[in-house]
Design a protein around this ligand. Structure first.
Ligand code: BG6
Length: 515
């Protein structure tokens, strides 16, 4: 065999021979909720517009309110008109919406699952291609157990001969390790792990998927991707929104650490820091990701947490010229709340590759803009030739913009034209929109298709979720127990967060990137 002969290429194999999504009935529990209206149905509609949705296809919305199919569809249409990525076409919607029906049911009432089973059997009898069932649990988390029990009692967890039956579980997947283990046990008693899809919509974002391609389909980055060349890594998720739409009630029980770090940001971290997987199978990738989370140096006790984690709440301020109230004044938030709307962490991954490299993670509500990015800060060049001119400013930085304006940029140092020797940082930039000429699909589009195709690579596995909670629980414990609670800093809405978060980086000669 010559060196030019094609070799086993896991990327090519996986991408070209990925199973096609199967026709199925998607049953959504919590069908009258925000997620169904704003994310799931628009995702299906856009897949249908692109011709990517397998046909035939059906959606059955299951919820408690009394509604006819027509009223249910009209409510979905209203929202789709406002949020659909590719706009709303009346004729296409008329056709698409015929595939959606409503089933009124109480989550705790077995009879309602039995009548659902009858309805699904009738759909199957009408069309043999519709024997596959995808149960999407998008309800409030307190109903997860009841729904799983109901599915089991009605035998809906059992696949029909020659068909499949799968479950998608939305976040929050537990509120701590104990509740996540309980939920995993409940799910495990109802569906095998291979049919369980724990959704983390950040994994469905195009740029998050591209992280593995950037690292392992290029030769220039991976040799530098380690403690010898990387000084620090930053992961930032900044949001300008506060507690709109009555979210305060949920959020005040959760906080930034549980709401975003335990899941989305630790998932991004694991994609940045993992070793190359041996193949691109779901378990091949997840085996490597979970090792990263398991290698996080635990932050145990008030001292470790106090030194490495900053929590804060926003006070009144202004965003985009609009005055906004402080966190404690938000609707449905306890006026004496001790829940953080901002968190910044310094973490270490105790592996050979990352020994000594700090990873800085921050997430905040009511920051100046909505943006998520990862930046890899490389070590400074030796101070030999341009020593007086070498500053943090001409450190090479690779920025991976997860959203918006998806793309990558690489900061390099260049000579300013002219007779004097002056150095300045310049940027090499790649933008998805410019290079590929179209907007990326929404995360839910990709994830729904993957669940229909039986590909769990972009879904969290049981051990990943539990390991992430193990790490997060210690921080929550240090915050909420003990006689002298750790401080809660403040930041005005519209600012980049509390000063204390800057101190985390200072001793490493770093500053947070301005997004
Ligand atoms: C959700 C969180 O999981 O993700 C929200 O519960 C957050 O608080 C949202 O706003 C952010 O998602 P995205 O895709 O808009 O960045």
């Amino acid at each position: 065999m010559s060196a030019d002969d094609p070799i086993h290429n896991p990327f090519r194999e996986n991408f070209s021979s990925r199973q096609n999504p199967d026709s199925c009935v998607l049953v959504i529990f919590g069908a009258t909720g925000d997620l169904t209206h704003r994310k799931l149905i628009p995702a299906l509609y856009n897949l249908a517009v692109d011709g990517d949705l397998p046909t035939p296809q059906r959606v059955v919305g299951f919820a408690r309110r009394e509604k006819s199919d027509e009223v249910f569809r009209a409510g979905l249409e209203d929202v789709n008109r406002k949020v659909s990525r590719q706009g709303h076409d009346d004729a296409l919607w008329a056709q698409f919406s015929q595939t959606i029906t409503y089933h009124r049911g109480e989550f705790q009432d077995t009879d309602d699952y039995r009548s659902l089973a009858k309805k699904l059997d009738a759909i199957h009898d009408e069309n043999v291609a519709l024997g596959n069932r995808l149960f999407y649990i998008a309800s409030a988390p307190e109903f997860f157990d009841e729904i799983l029990i109901g599915l089991k009692e009605a035998g809906l967890n059992e696949a029909k001969p020659g068909c499949w039956s799968r479950v998608v579980v939305e976040k929050p997947f537990g509120t701590d390790l104990t509740s996540a283990e309980h939920l995993n046990q409940m799910v495990g008693q109802t569906f095998p792990e291979k049919d369980t899809y724990r959704i983390d919509h950040y994994l469905g974002k195009e740029t998050a998927q591209n992280l593995m391609v950037l690292r392992f389909a290029n030769t220039i980055f991976e040799p530098l991707w380690n403690q010898h060349h990387v000084e620090a890594v930053q992961i930032t998720c900044s949001e300008h929104l506060g507690m709109e739409g009555g979210r305060g009630g949920y959020y005040d029980k959760s906080g930034a650490l549980r709401d975003m770090v335990q899941n989305h940001l630790l998932q991004l971290l694991s994609l940045v820091a993992m070793e190359p997987p041996t193949d691109l199978s779901a378990d091949g990738v997840r085996d490597e990701k979970v090792k990263v989370i398991r290698s996080l140096r635990p932050l145990i006790g008030a001292k470790a947490v106090g030194e490495n984690v900053i929590r804060a709440q926003y006070t009144a301020g202004s965003i985009g010229g609009q005055e906004v109230v402080g966190y404690r004044q938000e609707d449905r938030v306890n006026p004496e709340s001790l829940t953080e709307s901002y968190v910044a962490l310094r973490v270490h991954i105790d592996t050979w590759r990352w020994s000594g490299v700090p990873f800085f993670i921050r997430m905040g509500k009511r920051l100046p803009k909505k943006a998520t990015e990862i930046s890899i800060h490389f070590k400074k060049p030796p101070c030999v030739l341009f020593n007086r001119q070498t500053s943090a400013n001409n450190q090479n930085v690779l920025v991976i913009r997860i959203q918006p304006d998806e793309g990558h940029s690489l900061r390099i140092t260049s000579k300013v034209p002219g007779s004097a020797l002056r150095l300045e940082p310049v940027k090499m930039d790649f933008r998805y929109r410019t290079s590929f000429g179209k907007a990326s699909p929404e995360a839910y589009e990709r994830l729904l298709l993957d669940a229909m195709a039986g590909d769990a690579t972009l879904f969290a596995r049981r051990d990943e979720v539990e390991e992430a909670w193990r790490f997060i629980d210690e921080i929550e414990k240090a915050w909420h127990s003990g006689d002298s609670p750790l401080p809660m800093a403040e930041y005005p809405a519209g600012s980049w967060g509390p000063e204390a978060a800057d101190d985390l980086l200072q001793q490493h000669g770093q500053i947070w990137r301005r997004l």
